[in-house]
Write a protein that binds this ligand. Structure first.
Ligand code: ADP
Length: 402
């Protein structure tokens, strides 16, 4: 199968459509990243995929480390050959629940070095998302090469609702690089699910005591200072190397690292379900404006701020011009916009009852402040609803129309 990098705009758009069609049917997309190589990123990605699939999830594991693909080796698939059916690549069925795709499966020999420039790499990653027969997936786990180059950038730009797990070792040199990865995620709007500190302490097989070879806790501190979730620590465990070299995952081990990995996965699943709940309870708040601040005259304001909140943070701030005033028009317009809440100074009973019939929550009696300030007060429970703040309106008009 030829690598398709010389695409026209039309072909590029058609491919984007195919990618989005595939991604729409995958519940969770996770890219595993690291600042440096050799910190155990592929080990974490592979074990994440294996453990999730053992829990009954349908998982796709995609290795986009074009220069140093290691997923196949970690799964014992050193001679992986991906089947091509027509113009599609068949994902390799490692088990009923785990499918694997790696550039290694398209090479003539596993040790063949690849000298690829950016556009070629971007092309093959996009093809892995558009032209692979994956089957239905609950999770797509993507192993990205270390650093902040073309591969993670392509993933961030192409897999729009992807989330990142960052793997680091505890020593400062690794942490310095991890801070760059965190910065990168913020810049490209890639939400971070959390940080894993790998090779954190060593359990001595002879004495059974824990020794902090590379120190430990640096990852947790970095997570705390960067305000990202800390998912857990994995100790250095010589049996991981042997298992990895034999193509076996950690679930085949009797070592305590298995329980640590399980706990990390439990936290990831919790994070995802909390985010899902947050997304389900996303709010869209309307605020009537005059001169950039809350307008006391709801029915006659020039424009509305429409602020979307997800997980307690503002993700979108738009302004919208309402239709000309007539009784009932503006409350219905606010509801039609999909607003869940409205913050106003005063509002008549008629408008309030239309809004409540349309499940839009009204917060009346708010002060004339900047809309984001009002939203922050509202989310913190610091605004008190004064009920029907507009006492003159008993005739079916919004406040301000007397
Ligand atoms: P990366 O993807 O960051 O380059 P790998 O996952 O390929 O790193 O791991 C590099 C090497 O370190 C592998 O040989 C792997 O088996 C080993 N390794 C990873 N995590 C651990 C651990 N917790 N204990 C011992 N060895 C580990």
């Amino acid at each position: 199968m030829a690598c398709n990098t010389d695409t026209t705009d039309h072909e590029y758009e058609a491919q984007t459509t195919k990618i989005n069609q595939f991604l729409q049917n995958v519940d969770h997309k996770i890219v595993v990243m690291s600042g440096k190589g050799g910190v155990g990123k592929s080990t974490v990605a592979t074990n994440l995929a294996v453990f999730l699939s053992n829990q009954g999830y349908k998982v796709g594991l995609l290795d986009v480390d074009v220069h140093g693909p290691s997923i196949a080796g970690l799964l014992g698939l050193t001679n992986l050959k991906l089947n091509i059916i027509g113009d599609k690549i068949q994902a390799y069925p490692y088990t009923d629940h785990l499918k694997v795709v790696s550039i290694q499966g398209l090479l003539d020999t596993p040790d063949q070095p690849l000298i690829w420039r950016g556009p070629l790499k971007i092309g093959i990653i996009r093809q892995f998302l558009s032209d692979v027969i994956w089957g239905p997936l609950d999770y797509l786990i993507i192993d990205s090469p270390p650093g902040t180059g073309d591969e993670p950038l392509t993933i961030a730009q192409t897999v729009t609702d992807c989330q990142a797990i960052i793997v680091t070792t505890p020593q400062e040199i690794s942490l310095a690089d991890v801070r760059k990865s965190i910065e990168f995620c913020h810049k490209v709007n890639l939400p971070i699910l959390g940080l894993v500190e790998n090779m954190s302490g060593f359990v001595c097989p002879s004495c059974g005591n824990m020794h902090d070879i590379f120190k430990s806790g640096g990852g947790e501190t970095t997570a705390a200072t960067s305000d990202i979730p800390f998912l857990g620590r994995l100790p250095i465990d010589p049996s991981v190397v042997t298992a990895g070299d034999n193509g076996e995952a950690m679930d085949s081990l009797t070592s305590p690292i298995k329980a640590e990995m399980q706990s990390i996965i439990g936290k990831i699943i919790d994070q995802l379900s909390n985010k899902q709940k947050g997304a389900d309870s996303a709010m869209k708040i309307a605020i009537p404006l005059a001169g950039g601040k809350l307008a006391t005259h709801f029915g006659h304001c020039q424009e509305f701020a429409i602020i979307t909140i997800n997980n307690g943070t503002v993700i979108k701030h738009e302004t919208s011009t309402p239709p000309p005033h007539a009784p009932g028009v503006i409350p219905n317009w606010v509801a039609d916009l999909g607003c869940t809440d409205i913050i106003v100074g005063g509002m008549g009973e008629a408008a309030q009852s239309i809004l409540s019939a349309r499940n839009v929550k009204v917060m009346a009696g708010a002060p004339s402040l900047d809309p984001e300030k009002l939203v922050a007060l509202y989310l913190n429970g610091e605004l008190t609803d004064s009920g029907n703040a507009c006492e003159h309106d008993h005739e079916g008009h919004e406040c301000g129309h007397h």
